[in-house]
Write a protein that binds this ligand. Structure first.
Ligand SMILES: Cc1ncc(COP(=O)(O)O)c(C=O)c1O
Length: 469
């Protein structure tokens, strides 16, 4: 809006002043956000102890009176920004963290200003949500008739898929969870791989399945379920959880060998593909998740490999009716279309998360997405070669964007990880693999360059040398 348009729209001086103040505040926030991301590559990845200690500035009692909004923003930036872990500067390799793509990050600023509740009543939010859902389904090579829904993350997406499966299997036996609840329902059998992610176990617990009900199938050296050890006597009351992308190794379960049998015997297959499902978007890496499209439901994250801001998970269910049966809600004041987001997920009110995914995919397209996946997989191999050349031990084949590494014995590995995390050049997390301490490197920040990989590998080896003394 130009100054003239602003003055014409706000004829009352107080209204004009309020509009100016709001524009000024948002511009100020965007300026501060811009200088944060512009400096991300040059900041230490882990905040200094002093910066963390300075967070005490926030630890005050609830103020009685208010303050100038600009003062509040300045305080947030002055004390908050320096104590962040810099996940979008190219050298953060912890967890599976997709440092935000620039357009997705910028779109979230505009979407934040819109403040749309996409659960039921936002034309823009719902239109973009529908397009983003269709694009994600297409990019992942899932059935075009499947139905997707955005939510807070893969854990929520896993929970949604598991509940959809649970309710669908019981419905096929004539049991309505909506009408009859779960107590007294036919008992369901649950089969998972030994390497099932903690998120899927949490989702199972929330969906009413206890440890004693869960059967674990042995996995091979890469962490993938062994098809030869998979039970062949599953039935129409069996929920199977498979995985695309082991969080340590990137390995995926043998979908083609397992899913058809389970489904022919009437069971439900849910795939936790928080990051690994995105391998399907690359012609080079698609074979690693071959057959994943045969499942009944899938969970993935946009905030991981797709590099959109937190918190953005996605559930996809083959038959929309199964998702709707489990998730639809109703109230006299909430009469929205059956396919409104609130009827496809756990939340009623929800921010319009899909806008960021739409912006990311609109900017990069199918080719750009494939290039991102390919680049990260190549960079993982580059990491692995550099570390192996420096004497570190690579503990599993590099399947996708994950590298699993040990630096000498257990004590040295732990001490090296601690040194790397404190040093500030780069950051990677600790894990355990087949009974050994290890460091896991996840290449998933869209900002990561080959130079970042080289500098980070060098810093890791430098820290190891320092530990060895
Ligand atoms: C395989 C897998 N599943 C689920 C999750 C949980 O995802 P979220 O933290 O988005 O709930 C993760 C997170 O790393 C993961 O790697």
């Amino acid at each position: 809006m130009t100054t003239t348009q602003l003055t014409q729209a706000h004829t009352h001086p107080a209204s004009l002043a309020r509009a100016r103040e709001r524009i000024g505040l948002i511009t100020e926030a965007a300026r501060r956000a811009g200088s944060y991301v512009a400096s991300a590559a040059h900041r230490p990845v882990a905040p200094s102890a002093e910066a963390v200690a300075a967070l005490d500035a926030f630890r005050t009692s609830l103020p009685t009176t208010g303050r100038e909004p600009r003062e509040v923003l300045a305080e947030l930036d002055a004390f908050g920004s320096p104590a962040t872990t810099v996940v979008n500067g190219g050298r953060y390799f912890g967890f599976v963290t997709g440092g935000t793509d620039p357009t997705a990050g910028a779109a979230s600023i505009l979407a934040g200003a819109w403040d749309q509740n996409v659960g039921g009543g936002s034309p823009t939010g719902q239109a973009i949500d529908a397009v983003a859902c269709a694009w994600v389904i297409e990019a992942l090579g899932l059935p075009s008739t499947a139905v997707a829904a955005f939510n807070g993350g893969a854990t929520v997406a896993n929970l949604t898929g598991i509940i959809a499966g649970r309710d669908a299997l019981l419905a096929r036996r004539g049991w309505s969870v909506a009408e009859q609840g779960l107590q007294g329902a036919p008992r369901l059998r649950v089969v998972v791989g030994e390497e099932v992610h903690a998120s899927a176990l949490k989702a199972l617990r929330l969906a009413g399945f206890g440890e004693e009900q869960i059967e674990r199938v042995p996995t091979d050296g890469t962490g993938a379920v062994r098809a030869d050890a998979f039970p062949t006597d599953t039935d129409d009351l069996t929920v199977v959880l498979l995985q695309a992308g082991n969080v340590n190794t990137g390995a995926s379960d043998p979908f083609g060998a397992v899913i058809p049998g389970v489904r022919e015997r009437g069971g439900w297959v849910h795939v936790d593909g928080a990051f690994g499902l995105w391998a399907a978007a690359s012609a080079t890496h698609r074979h690693r998740v071959a057959g994943v499209d045969l499942a009944d439901s899938w969970a993935t994250d946009a905030h991981k490999w797709l590099s959109v801001p937190y918190d953005s998970g996605i559930v996809v269910v083959r038959d929309g009716e199964d998702l709707h049966r489990a998730m639809a809600g109703d109230a006299a004041y909430l009469r929205f279309a059956a396919d409104a987001p609130m009827n496809r997920g756990i939340q009623i009110s929800q921010r319009a998360r899909a806008i960021e995914t739409w912006a990311m995919l609109a900017t990069h397209g199918r080719d750009g997405l494939a290039a991102l996946i390919d680049r990260h997989c190549e960079q993982a191999r580059r990491f692995s070669s550099a570390l192996a050349a420096g004497g570190a031990e690579i503990l599993a084949p590099v399947e996708l964007n994950q590298v699993l590494v040990a630096f000498g014995d257990e004590r040295e590995t732990d001490a090296t990880i601690a040194a790397i995390q404190a040093e500030g050049t780069t950051w990677a997390g600790a894990t355990a693999w087949k009974g050994r301490r290890a460091m896991r490197i996840s290449v998933s920040d869209s900002a990561t360059t080959d130079d970042d990989v080289d500098a980070s590998a060098e810093a890791m080896l430098r820290c190891w040398r320092a530990v060895r003394g």
